[in-house]
Design a protein around this ligand. Structure first.
Ligand code: SAH
Length: 281
């Protein structure tokens, strides 16, 4: 196993918020919750309430500073975000549970944390943005289509947020980023979450990852004028690819591979993404 193909040991339960990571060591912060139980609870909204999961750690901090953002990043704010997603038409309960479980604020730089659960894209540096919660949920819901996802590929890791959400709905998640500092950012954001089933790659996602293809789901988090043929080829027959396509006017497209040499295209809705670019920087 190389550095670029690295496993994160299980689970979302040991998430530590960014402020805490920078704060003086506090042995009580890394609360030992039953990891698999928390992860399973994250997948099942009915079980999620009684589990003393990681988000509560924010509230448990001693001597809170005046700028504490607890009300903005608490469980209830994330629940409200999910309620909004339902109103916006997201209905896949597994996707909704994943959106509720992943602490979006931990992927956002401290100065912008107040916006973490607003339905907006947020800058992550290098002229890139983390997509708005609605579009993250929508793309995953369309890709999943109520089925089982074994191996999925994300093009455009960015800060790693969508990869974390995907890790709760798919067995294996591969994610490629072309901007090295963002690849490193995602790595450092995800490391404390100890998610076992995400592999991050630094490279040009337009080429896909032929060594692990085929994928039964592929998501592009950046818009090209068309979807690269390499990605269509790496989609399993029966697999679903969701991508923004276009330049100034972009639409979300669903591409299904219906045969060895046959793909169908469905246009879903307008969207706005950063551009898909070739090569690495
Ligand atoms: N899913 C991300 C969204 C990141 S924005 C998140 O949750 O944060 C889109 C990302 O796609 C950017 O980081 C950009 O650098 C990346 N990107 C654009 N073209 C790419 C390519 N050819 N290969 C890999 N990543 C690419």
């Amino acid at each position: 196993m190389t550095n670029k193909d690295r496993r994160f040991p299980l689970s979302l339960s040991s998430v530590v918020d960014k402020q805490a990571r920078n704060a003086p060591a506090d042995p009580t912060r890394r609360v030992a919750t039953p990891q698999t139980a928390t992860r399973n609870a994250a997948l099942n909204p009915a079980q999620s309430r009684p589990v003393p999961a990681a988000p509560m750690q924010v509230e448990r901090r001693a001597n809170p500073s005046p700028q504490r953002v607890a009300p903005l990043v608490s469980d209830s704010v994330r629940k409200a975000m999910v309620a909004r997603l339902v109103k916006q038409g997201i209905s896949d309960t597994r996707v909704l549970a994943a959106m509720e479980a992943v602490q979006r604020h931990l992927f956002i730089e401290p100065g912008l944390v107040a916006q973490a659960y607003v339905d907006a894209s947020i800058p992550i540096g290098y002229h890139q943005t983390i997509s708005q919660p609605y579009i993250v949920a929508r793309m995953i819901e369309v890709m999943r289509n109520g089925g089982t996802l074994t191996r999925v590929l994300e093009i455009g890791t960015g800060c790693g947020y969508q990869a974390a959400v995907l890790s709760l709905v798919a067995k294996e998640v591969y994610s490629i980023e072309r901007i090295r500092p963002l690849h490193e950012l995602a790595r450092s954001n995800l490391r404390p979450m100890r998610i076992a089933n995400i592999r991050l790659h630094y490279g040009d996602g337009m080429l896909g990852l032929s060594q692990v293809a085929p994928f039964d789901g592929i998501i592009l988090a950046a818009a090209g004028l068309e979807v690269p043929q390499a990605l269509l080829d790496q989609l399993a027959v029966g697999g679903r690819l969701v991508a923004p396509v276009g330049a100034r006017h972009q639409v979300l497209q669903l591409i299904e591979r219906v045969g060895k040499f046959e793909w169908t295209h469905t246009t879903l809705e307008d969207c706005h993404f950063v551009p898909l670019r070739a090569g690495t920087v």
